[in-house]
Write a protein that binds this ligand. Sequence first.
Ligand SMILES: [Zn+2]
Length: 399
Amino acid sequence: MMPMNRIYSFERQPYLRELEVEVLRVQEDSGAWTAILDDTILYPEGGGQPSDRGRLNEVVVSHVQKTSDGLLHVLESPVEPGAVRLVVDWDRRYDHMQQHTAQHILTRTARDRQSWETRSFHIGAEVSDIELDCRPPRPAEIEALEDAVAKIIVEARPIRGFRVNQEQFAALDVRSRGLPAGHQGEIRLVEIEDFDLNTCGGTHLASTSEVEIVKIVGSEPLRGGCRVFWVAGKRVRRRLASHDRTMAELRKLLDIGDAEMVSGLGSRLEQLQEARRARRGLERRLAESIVRELSSAESAGLVDLHLEGLEAGLLRPVAEGLAKQGGRRAVLLTAEGEAGIQFALVTGDESGLDLKAAGAATAEILNGRGGGSGKVFQGKAESLARRSDAVNLIRELLS
Ligand SMILES: [Zn+2]
């Protein structure tokens, strides 16, 4: 069994991208392969930082996790025990180092300037977050926080990680939320020169300058405190580029300049609402007119009508309007539009038609299903290919 507090190469040399290692043990558990190595440059998931990924020769290492046996490297296929070349997915790792180091600076700055303590942090795939013991910060506070963080970045302060024993730890002024219960042995510290000293086992940059920039992108209340979302380093550039692409597409689509985008879009949405209201009014009138027209049609037998496209939404109001009329005839309505194919069978009081039986038979012919009682049977259909069969059947049932 490996000691839990041993030093792996990712801790000593966070910039090491490749390392010759020895595969000590390979295990298969229901199709999943794991390996234990004599050393590793892959950081295991922990302390808010996600696991690294990499390759053992050509085999993909998709995840690394801490276990009581050591660091388990989860593999996509098996490897042979012996010497292999371990390579870290450097883009992913460097991104994590930027986000993680940014978190140290943010946490310390929030504490020094506002006495806001960090309760937890988490590096996400797109944005990262810290949980603070305060209400969500106001815009001016966010800007002040970002300015203070930028100052530390520009000062290019050296960062180093090192270990101390319990005695040395007690004598230092370390920012810490307390060691885990029962912690024994050495303690890993991370120092940003003349700025911050805290306990951390993660991977960090060598200088604050490598963080490039930290941008807070949102906040929300959480458990009596708040969660602040942010991006750092290359993610800021990537995010800006993505927003610029979106703006360019919007400019092209809407023919509105950036400065007028929000007000311009607002008035277009108002126009759309107005058009929708007008359309609903027209549909109502059209439905009424169809009902009137049908009421003066055949007084007995079957009337059938198909509504298509924009008119498809009229099926329900037309069916409801017809249901109010009595009489000896029945009406079959079908419609095909955005909501798919629908049908309705409406019958007068004196038609003599068994609505439920005729409705169910129509549904079966149209490969659909539906239900109804009283005067209307409504349903959805798969196909109108046999519509004329349904018409013939209802005519027979009526005669
Ligand atoms: Zn850290």
